[in-house]
Ligand binder design. Structure first.
Ligand code: GTP
Ligand code: MG
Length: 151
């Protein structure tokens, strides 16, 4: 099934939102397959955001992402990429619906608490960039048959 890369950005970690954000993915029924707290290099973040290199906010974005530890995760399940984005909410928290992570916990687009892959292809690239193969766990959660009618 599908995997997506979700990261809790430095503001989310500093604000004690690691637990609440993980809880939302767990409660929805997604499976945590990898997780670590990391302080990536500038080069790593420039690779992660290479598609945004010509945006006016790019420099500030990289500085923001360098400002503290990041909680990097891989979540797995049906349509994990698309539903992951739905759980996060719109990029700009001012436009994020209440009930979404950004809609409940953030105000500024430059402090929007979390990251989620925007497509299956970019999810693969991002998981490859942030994790080693052996860091991805393979297991069947105890509640699996209670979440999916037909796995
Ligand atoms: P991510 O899940 O973090 O990748 O967000 P996204 O896919 O919804 O947006 P995008 O990839 O276009 O932008 C990446 C990040 O750059 C956003 O999450 C914001 O933190 C930041 N960003 C995007 N647009 C703006 C902007 O207009 N101004 C500022 N200051 N930051 C922005
Ligand atoms: Mg993005």
């Amino acid at each position: 099934s599908e995997q997506t890369f979700i990261a809790i950005k430095p503001d989310g970690v500093q604000r004690g939102l690691v637990g609440p954000i993980i809880t939302r993915f767990e409660q929805r029924g997604y499976k945590l397959v990898a997780m670590k707290l990391v302080s990536p290099s500038k080069e790593h973040l420039e690779k992660h955001y290479e598609d945004l290199a010509d945006k006016p906010f790019y420099k500030g974005l990289v500085t923001y992402m360098l400002s503290g530890p990041i909680c990097a995760m891989v979540w797995e399940g049906r349509e994990a990429v698309k539903t992951g984005r739905t759980l996060l909410g719109a990029t700009n928290p001012m436009a994020s619906a209440p009930g979404t992570i950004r809609g409940d916990y953030a105000i500024d687009v430059g402090r929007n608490v979390c990251h989620g892959s925007d497509a299956v292809e970019s999810a693969k690239k991002e998981i490859d960039l942030w994790f080693k193969k052996e860091e991805l766990m393979s297991y069947k959660p105890a509640n699996f048959d209670w979440i999916y009618e037909k796995p």
